[in-house]
Design a protein around this ligand. Structure first.
Ligand code: 4AD
Ligand code: MG
Length: 433
């Protein structure tokens, strides 16, 4: 039995005979030899098939390889200054495993075409790097919350209530029943569980029927959410900051190569996590926008993308904007005891114009106020009885937040569009393949 090693291991080995398996990334055929760039999950290395070193059959096979054909090869490593990796392999045997004729992705492609052939584009160096970082990010979220003593908990995806506004709800045909929706958030089903588990978290898909085309909205995205009994508004901000710093720190530890492939300036990430996140109230944010960015926002209006972006350009780290006007925030956010016009909620805004990465709040504990705000938003409080019970039986101060996993990955990887941070993006215009 052959022992196969990865491209990365081969490059570390530097000399001797090796067996590799992977896919043809590029190929250049000449009279006396064939140059094959071999790709696997770990990297790329150049192979040289010499006519006078291979059997006639193997050389023919080498000449006929298509882009993305899968192959098994054996050969000897050789130092090669001219190769970008520093080493090449002179192969002495080659076996075709899966042929690949007329691979559809060639040089000139449009963004839309690459989304049509997303199942193949996943093999690209760019997607390979992003997906590796994505794996680190998701692993680090679990690691962070578990280290902080949170239990992992699952809420249903099929839900009978809205939480983040009716306009972005996906209706499901549930055996002809109306009033069944895909989860916008785990929150209303998570709050009941803190009475059992204390501090909980999840990483799960959320769904939003976003009708606009933007570079930061998906209709299906991964949502890292936490909820905890006895956690107050200040502690909540510390958890948000702690989580983001921990995750980015893990990426900086594990994904230098990938950041390099993506041409992401890692110093920007290092700077962002090397200091305290900026914390300011919504009212302060309006003042900053006015004095530093010549933007006038009327008190009471939500911050839109352009305002968030302008604000983010004033700093080189994350900004936690607290105490938004009650009227622009969800029904469950706690009214500030010191100022009834605002809520104890915050948005954490990413640097460099990556927008809102976390939405958070301490939860309203006053049953009457919750009902009142549901009614104001056109909701029937009777649908929320199960949720309202959390305020009837041993209610405790508690808080939670949700982080858009793709939003954070977009910032970390520096991509222009959130679509590239998820394997198969879903947007208003796209649900295929
Ligand atoms: O601010 P949101 O709507 O908050 C909630 O859903 C709360 N219930 C969370 C909680 O307290 N448990 O969403 C949270 C985050 C946003 O800050 C954003 O990063 C991300 O989810 N997000 C989206 N990401 C991609 N595409 C979309 N359409 C998104 N909508 C929200
Ligand atoms: Mg929000």
């Amino acid at each position: 039995m052959e022992t196969y090693i990865s491209v990365k291991e081969a490059l570390q080995k530097k000399a001797g005979n090796v067996s590799l398996r992977g896919w043809v990334y590029r190929i250049r055929t000449q009279k006396s030899n064939v140059f094959i760039m071999l790709r696997d999950e770990s990297g790329i290395i150049q192979l040289v098939a010499w006519k006078d070193k291979l059997s006639e059959k193997d050389f023919k096979t080498a000449q006929s390889l298509g882009i993305e054909a899968s192959i098994l090869v054996s050969g000897a490593l050789r130092k090669e200054e001219r190769s970008p990796q520093g080493y090449e392999i002179d192969i002495d045997s080659l076996e075709l495993v899966g042929s690949s004729d007329n691979y559809p992705i060639s040089k000139d492609f449009s963004e839309e075409f690459l989304l049509d052939v997303r199942h193949l584009w996943l093999r690209s160096m760019k997607m390979n790097a992003i997906l590796k970082i994505r794996s680190t990010v998701i692993g680090a979220i679990h690691e962070y919350f578990r280290k902080e003593g949170f239990y992992e908990y699952q809420s249903p995806i099929l839900q009978s209530v809205q939480c983040e506004g009716g306009s972005t709800l996906f209706n499901v045909d549930y055996f002809g029943e109306k009033g069944v929706f895909l989860a916008q958030t785990w929150q209303l089903y998570a709050e009941p569980a803190i009475f059992s588990l204390g501090k909980i978290y999840t990483v799960a898909p959320s769904f939003r029927a976003e009708k606009s085309k933007t570079s930061r909205h998906l209709t299906e995205y991964w949502h890292a959410e936490m909820e905890g009994a006895w956690i107050d508004f200040e502690m909540l901000q510390d958890y948000a900051e702690g989580l983001i710093k921990f995750v980015i720190g893990r990426v900086l530890e594990n994904n230098q190569e990938e950041l390099h492939v993506l041409k992401r300036d890692k110093r920007k990430l290092e700077t962002a996590i090397s200091k305290q996140f900026v914390r300011m109230s919504y009212t302060d944010a309006l003042n900053k926008l006015k004095t530093k960015a010549e933007m006038d926002v009327e008190w009471g209006k939500d911050l839109r993308t352009i305002e968030e972006d302008k604000l983010s350009m004033l700093y080189d780290t994350f900004i936690i904007v607290t105490r938004y006007p009650k009227s622009v925030k969800a029904f469950y956010m706690k009214e500030d005891p010191k100022d009834q016009r605002v809520v104890l909620g915050f948005d954490c805004i990413g640097p460099e114009g990556y927008g809102e990465i976390i939405g958070a709040s301490e939860r309203e504990s006053d049953l009457g106020k919750i009902k009142q705000r549901l009614i104001e938003q056109g909701e029937d409080p009777r649908q929320y009885e199960f949720y309202l019970d959390t305020r009837r039986y041993g209610s405790v101060p508690h808080s939670g937040f949700g982080m858009g996993v793709e939003r954070l990955i977009a910032y970390i990887t520096g991509v222009d569009n959130i679509k590239d941070t998820i394997p198969f993006p879903r947007t208003i215009n796209r649900y295929k393949p």
